[in-house]
Ligand binder design. Sequence first.
Ligand code: HEM
Length: 217
Amino acid sequence: MNDLAMEKKNSAGVIILVALLLAIGYAVLRYHIAGPVPWKDFPMFILNKGLCLAGFILLTLNFTLGPLNNLGVPVSWGWLNARKALGMTGFLLVLIHALMSFMLFSPAVYAQFFVEDGTLTLLGGLAMLFGVLGFVFLWGYNLSFQTFLREDTAFIQFITSRKVLLFALVLGGLHLFFMGFEGWLEPAGWHGGLPPISLVAFSFFAIGYLINLVGRE
Ligand code: HEM
């Protein structure tokens, strides 16, 4: 491949496919094969977990590949050029996750987030608050590149600035933390010894956050 062809390469398709296969595969392995969840719950309950993990990984890559490159880690053109598609696909997967979660959200499915009278626990409320805030931020972030706002250099500089993106990552991290941290502390209860999906996603968040902290200009 010559230099120009290399610079135009875009590996988004492969990255998205691998992220989806790994994330859905992990959800199936942990909850259906190693865990007790019946297969009838695959289409919504388990697929929702796989899709939001894949979305989270793609969004973390979208925010982190540039700073990683700044730190001197060689990131290929194929991966750098993929960032836009990874961000858009990650956003759409999280949108599917939000819609699926709205439909499933009841004490029968998520007993851990509710008290007996049917209201939310404090942790459940905080987890959902940060999920909604994270989602609305991503929505606004995407809109700024699709509307007249993209002509406004000062605004684009602000929305893609280090402090704004670090704040956005924290919203996702808090959503995961309040949702999952009680389960993270009980490895004896992990199905097949496999860590919960919220912890897997939180590990991506923590690594992505650190890379952005030191590598984003
Ligand atoms: C309207 C916004 C949102 C709602 C209502 C929502 C709701 C939920 C619910 C109910 C769960 C528990 C899923 C389960 O254990 O089966 C969950 C988990 C999760 N959410 Fe969200 N969420 C929202 C936004 C987001 C955003 C913006 C992200 C990513 C940036 C995200 C990423 C995740 C991840 C990775 C999990 C872990 C799944 C697991 O532990 O099994 N969510 N969310």
